[in-house]
Design a protein around this ligand. Structure first.
Ligand SMILES: [Zn+2]
Length: 582
């Protein structure tokens, strides 16, 4: 279907409901919530490539450039494409209220409304610690509680640290372009307060051809550094350039642009940066580098006053560093099950990797020295990755690790009454616990071994060690933890003791087909995938995620909220607006 000629926004033209999200032509989009004093790019795309003189953009009836006090950057036939673009870069609106933006070209008109908010009445918190369990779903939480606290006659042996928080909300995660989000646009909602689209970090998804030329929204890291001189920490157990940590600093349409993202980390300079992914920091002349230029970012960070560490021991010795760059693996850090119990993954190659708890302790040591406060984002990122690979035991051990890190943060916050702690996921996976697999049940097939309802007897994982981890996962009575999305694959109903699960492999016609290694396991259930054949792994789901919170500002979280509200409530707790806008 050809694009309709008229600029089109659902609220003014009901017939436009049927259009794809890409038809939105005013950025920020309709119903955007913008923190007073934060920077954003206003972009209007005019189909048909009119001249500047033939277009008009107003805010509350007045010329937009005049209202924003900035020059217009008009690109006729932008990127040689069939549209013209009206840009105002780094716009700032200081006064809260409703702003109606109208874009006119000939007889075509579009309007959007923005809500500019301040944080009046807020400002009770000095610090914010935002924990993101990537892909953390209800079943991960429940399984983590069963494995680390035990379950007797229907009652758990205790609560997880993430359970024992006084405020809770359900968070909806859909993006501007889709029902099901990815980690880039969902983390963007947390770090900018703006909804975005799949694969985008800190930008709206416009028609610009260059990944770095989309309309930007300022991140909370940029804001608190510029506006308040606060400290910023970004801690993950994935590659530091991965979507969730990158959302703290990045503005790019494509989350895979790791080299650009390292440059953006350097531009923002969070005081603490910890994760994996070292090859993108090394100049291309260094063996193992994945950079395409010869910039040595490790040296640049060191020259900027950072202590660079690569192991848990070095991290422990860096307590007094003014700033910290920790890169502990070339890829993702190994998960808790591999590091502590099975010794698989890359543990032999990187035997001295820190735990998320070590990372959080070190980050708090550095960040808490800033008397203006700090914001620390901590991601347990492999809950998601292991859920993609249908490897629930690894995902759940990393949920326990996340919980241990939350415990460290709660101990830091205890008695201070100045630190808001938020625990949330960025999206869910379609996962659930449906019973117990018991090797002693009669029958040969995996389904014969599954006890449901009254036969879903409590599993026999050993009592957890002092860190909450059972030291054996391959027990005779295991959780029946199932995945609702999967490629062609064989389910063994058993943990993968030799390394992370590979459910499917590429077949001769490029479709993904079952990994026959698993099909050879006695009793394994062969299943036809319910995903497109191009998908090698499970996918995310659109279910709401659970948020729990404690500390000053935690009471702002209640009921069902959009993911952008997490940003809204964090900046309110910190009292960040009015910002000075400079
Ligand atoms: Zn994912």
């Amino acid at each position: 279907m050809p694009r309709p000629l008229a600029l089109c926004v659902a609220l003014v033209a009901p017939s436009c409901f049927a259009l794809p999200a890409a038809a939105q032509t005013i950025f920020p989009v309709d119903r955007a919530e913008i923190l007073a004093g934060t920077k954003f790019d206003l972009k209007v795309e005019f189909p048909g490539a009119p001249t500047a003189a033939a277009t008009k953009v107003t805010i509350n009836g007045e010329d937009a450039a005049k209202v924003l006090g900035k020059a217009v950057d008009f690109k006729e036939r932008e990127d040689g494409d069939g549209h013209s673009a009206y840009w105002i870069h780094d716009a700032v609106i200081a006064k809260p209220g409703r702003y109606n933006v109208e874009a006119t070209s000939g007889d075509r008109k579009a309007t959007v409304t923005w809500e500019v908010f301040d944080t009046a009445g807020g400002g009770k918190a000095k610090n914010v610690i935002l924990f993101i369990g990537d892909g953390l779903s209800i079943a991960h939480r429940t399984a983590a509680r069963i494995l680390s606290k035990g379950l007797v006659e229907g009652r758990y042996g205790g609560d997880l640290a993430m359970d024992d928080m006084p405020h809770m909300a359900l968070v909806s995660t859909s993006g501007t372009d889709s029902v099901v989000t990815d980690s880039a646009n969902s983390a963007t909602a947390y770090t900018t307060g703006h909804k975005s689209c799949v694969n985008a970090l800190g930008v709206y998804c416009s028609r610009s051809k260059h990944n770095l030329a989309h309309p930007k929204a300022e991140t909370i890291s940029e804001l608190v550094k510029r506006n308040r001189g606060m400290a910023v920490g970004v801690v993950t157990n994935t590659e530091i350039e991965d979507a969730t940590p990158a959302a703290m600093v990045a503005h790019t349409r494509r989350r895979a642009d790791y080299n650009d993202i390292v440059e953006m980390f350097y531009a923002v300079k969070p005081d603490v940066i910890m994760g994996g992914g070292s090859p993108h920091f090394l100049p291309k002349s260094t063996p193992g580098s994945k950079r395409t230029d010869d910039v040595d970012y490790i040296k640049k960070f060191e020259d900027a006053g950072y202590k660079f560490v690569t192991t848990k021991s070095e991290l422990a010795a860096a307590k007094d560093a003014p700033k910290l760059l920790g890169l502990f693996n070339t890829g993702n850090l190994d998960g808790a099950l591999d590091r502590f119990i099975l010794k698989k993954g890359t543990v032999a190659k990187f035997p001295d990797q820190p735990d998320l708890t070590d990372q959080v302790r070190a980050a708090l040591d550095v960040l808490s020295k800033n008397d203006k406060g700090f914001i620390l984002m901590v991601e347990s990122g492999r809950i998601d990755k292991y859920s993609h690979s249908l490897d629930w035991e690894r995902a759940v051990y990393d949920t326990i690790m996340l919980d241990n890190a939350i415990k460290v943060a709660k101990e830091f916050a205890a008695g201070r009454n100045d630190t808001l702690i938020i625990v949330v996921a960025d999206h869910t996976h379609p996962v659930s616990i449906i019973g117990t697999y018991d090797d002693d049940r009669p029958g040969q097939r995996l389904r014969d071994k599954l006890g449901v309802y009254q036969d879903s007897t409590v599993p026999n994982y050993p009592a957890p060690n002092a860190d909450g981890y059972p030291e054996k996962v391959d027990v005779s009575r295991r959780l029946g933890f199932v995945f609702g999305s999967y490629p062609d694959s064989c389910d063994t109903g058993r943990p993968y003791l030799d390394g992370e699960n590979v459910p499917a492999v590429r077949g001769p016609d490029k479709d993904y087909i079952a990994n026959e290694t698993h099909c050879a396991v006695p009793g394994a259930a062969r299943r036809a995938g319910n995903l497109p054949a191009s998908a090698p792994q499970g996918v995310h789901s659109a279910d709401d995620v659970v948020l729990t919170a404690s500390g000053p500002g935690a009471e702002l979280f209640r009921g069902r909220i959009d993911n952008t509200r997490v940003f809204h409530n964090m900046v309110t707790a910190l009292g960040l607006a009015p910002a000075n806008g400079e």
